[in-house]
Write a protein that binds this ligand. Structure first.
Ligand SMILES: NC(=O)c1ccc[n+]([C@@H]2O[C@H](COP(=O)([O-])OP(=O)(O)OC[C@H]3O[C@@H](n4cnc5c(N)ncnc54)[C@H](O)[C@@H]3O)[C@@H](O)[C@H]2O)c1
Length: 305
């Protein structure tokens, strides 16, 4: 596949874009900053500019494509799929209004250009924050656990609001074009080196993970999830939670419920260390199965659960 990947220079993208290239796909990284990876072509695009986005998606993807005499760029796009990860990735990086404007405009421009130019697959980054717990004022609890994609989204911050707007926008472009637009409600992204740096503190104090519903997503499993979305056609508009199978704390599921989730409905029996961030839908519709865990890396005795 020829993949137009936005945000490939960022925390998640600089793992996922090269991973897709390593699977044999041709990946162009559309970002304000270059990635500089030998297997990924960098294209500097400001995604808030609709003209730039259209032009980028309608252009010749890579230098090698100049030799493809079968490539017809007089209509539509040469790309087969778009992965849209670029964003202001949380509040308090820029003022709230700028977070909202950047993300909403970028999402709209990418979805419109992609679907109008005939690209039938768009995978885009939404966020766990849409559920309102992460950046809520004070303590917000989920209505029920495990939190699945049917849980209400009631965010209080501009970043999560922008992600809800992105989901609504994607659904509308699907309604008009019938294209596949899959939104990933990504949990807190963890790079492999961060286990040793960050997790010992999480094991000492599980309260540090309350705002993430005690979950996490290994960036390599996010890569797997993205690939599965690209390989699974015909689902239309869908939203998927993305997380690892276990929690990012050593406390058991029961202990976390007793300490943090008083009054929260527990909808089904849960495993000893099972994540509160349900990945059942991704498993069922995409065959997603996370392969990584902090428990494989840390030598802390609490990892051997
Ligand atoms: N990191 C997390 O824990 C997390 C959790 C949930 C969802 N997400 C979402 O996943 C995606 C990737 O997150 P990340 O942590 O890699 O973020 P990041 O900030 O590290 O990377 C985002 C990239 O987008 C690019 N970008 C921003 N504005 C742009 C514009 N106008 N035009 C072109 N490029 C632009 C930046 O240059 C950057 O390389 C984001 O959509 C984020 O909201 C991240």
């Amino acid at each position: 596949m020829r993949i137009f990947f936005t945000g490939g220079s960022g925390k998640a993208g600089h793992h996922v874009a090269p991973y897709l290239a390593a699977q044999g796909h041709q990946v162009v990284n559309a970002d304000l900053a270059p990635l500089g990876h030998p297997d990924v072509v960098d294209l500097r695009v400001d995604l808030t500019d609709a003209g730039e986005v259209y032009s980028a998606l309608a252009g010749v993807p890579t230098p090698g494509d100049f030799d493809d005499t079968g490539l017809d760029l007089t209509r539509g796009s040469a790309y087969d799929a778009v992965v849209h990860f670029a964003a202001v990735p949380r509040p308090q990086v820029v003022p709230d209004a700028a977070t909202y404007a950047t993300n909403v405009l970028s999402q709209y421009n990418v979805f419109e250009a992609a679907t109008r130019l005939g690209i039938r697959k768009v995978v885009f980054a939404s966020s766990e924050t849409t559920y309102g717990v992460c950046f809520g004022q004070g303590e917000r609890k989920p209505l029920y656990v495990p939190v699945d994609e049917e849980h209400p989204v009631v965010p209080e911050d501009s970043y999560a609001m922008s992600k809800v707007a992105g989901e609504v926008t994607a659904r509308s472009f699907h309604a008009r074009t019938g294209a596949d637009l899959y939104g990933l409600r990504i949990n807190n992204v963890i790079e492999p080196h961060e286990y040793a740096e960050m997790f010992p503190a999480f094991l000492d104090d599980p309260a540090l993970r309350r705002r993430n519903l005690f979950a996490y997503i290994d960036v390599r499993d996010l890569g797997q999830m993205t690939l599965r979305c690209l390989e699974t056609d015909g689902l239309g508009f869908e939203i998927f939670n993305v997380a690892n199978a276990d929690m990012s704390v050593a406390a058991t599921t029961r202990e976390v419920i007793d300490r943090f989730y008083e009054g929260v409905e527990v909808r089904r029996e849960m495993g000893r260390d099972e994540t509160f961030y349900s990945i059942d839908k991704a498993r069922a519709l995409l065959g997603y199965e996370p392969e990584h865990s902090w428990r494989d890396v840390l030598t802390d005795p609490r990892a051997g659960a």
